[in-house]
Design a protein around this ligand. Structure first.
Ligand SMILES: [Zn+2]
Length: 293
């Protein structure tokens, strides 16, 4: 997992949040301190930066939207759609990524690739914008000569850059894994691919956690669930769904077959067909549209 959520690095709650809906670009910063080595040290550094910004500076939260370590890990700062404290004059109209390193360090290819991943994600969300070093608009040596030269050169990386994931919390390689997400009403959902099933009780939730289902209900998961939005009809496996008059259907791809009795239903469940008749399955069925029965 490339992204490290606030809960995963032990963030404190912000003292306040100002949301922004537009962003004209991204600023690249550095800490100017020696680069921490290893993910544990990077997490400690991010926590220390947050403490300094909140207690030493009196700011509401860590200043940056995102931070990137030499490991290539991407640490969630204020995240997307939140005004920052990173670049004077631009905090409500841009986002920022900060590299955990200083003048004596050379950014790793993994770090550079991850900075590009964050910028690609910004552009996917807000439209293509500028990418500037902090020192291009404020009087500072940040983000250092190496990163500024890299920006000026068009941000190349030696290895072929990774294709930016459209949804940061579900990288492509884990897209089909089941994960637990929480929506804006604090309801929990079991999500796999483009299907989601409501988790009706805390007992169900604890069983799923016991079974090892990844809990991504922290951090940006609300946004992730919102991005599932209109469910595409991409379905490869058979699944049981209920329509808005309560009829049960066996669905696969663009076909559906009515399940005529509870005996049939029990047989299908016995055969291991996925039961998605709870929660939002009605909507899922509606997206299948006009179907040959
Ligand atoms: Zn800076």
């Amino acid at each position: 997992m490339q992204y490290v959520s606030r809960s995963e690095w032990g963030a404190r709650s912000p003292k306040g949040v100002t949301t922004i809906s537009n962003s004209n670009g991204m600023f690249v910063h550095y800490t100017a301190d020696p680069a921490p080595s290893g993910v544990d040290a990077e997490k400690s550094t991010v926590k220390a930066i947050q403490n300094f910004h909140m207690d030493g500076r009196g700011w509401r939260d860590i200043a940056y939207s995102w931070l990137v370590g030499q490991s290539g890990k991407i640490y969630e700062g204020r995240g997307w759609g939140v005004a920052g404290g990173h670049t004077a004059g631009y905090n409500s109209s841009s986002h920022a990524v900060c590299w955990l390193g200083g003048p004596d360090n050379v950014p790793t290819q993994a770090a550079l690739q991850s900075i590009n991943v964050v910028i690609a994600e910004h552009n996917a969300r807000f439209g293509a914008g500028y990418v500037k070093g902090h020192g291009e608009v404020n009087s500072t040596s940040c983000p250092g000569s190496r990163l500024q030269a890299w920006i000026n050169a068009g941000r190349p990386v030696d290895a072929s850059p990774p294709s930016p994931p459209p949804i940061p919390d579900i990288p492509e390689e884990t897209e089909m894994q089941q994960v637990i997400l929480r929506d804006s009403n604090n309801a929990y959902w079991l999500v796999q691919g483009v299907t989601k099933v409501h988790i009706p009780s805390s007992e169900h939730l604890s069983i799923l956690l016991y079974l090892g289902v990844k809990n991504q209900s922290q951090g940006d998961s609300t946004k992730l669930l919102e991005t599932l939005g209109e469910l595409p009809t991409r379905q490869s496996e058979q699944v049981l769904l209920r329509d808005n008059v309560g009829a049960i259907w066996l669905c696969k791809d663009n076909t559906k077959v009515h399940v005529p009795s509870v005996d049939h239903l029990a047989l299908l469940l016995y055969l291991g067909v996925k039961d998605a008749t709870n929660g939002d399955s009605t909507k899922l069925l509606e997206t299948l549209g006009t179907i040959e029965v």
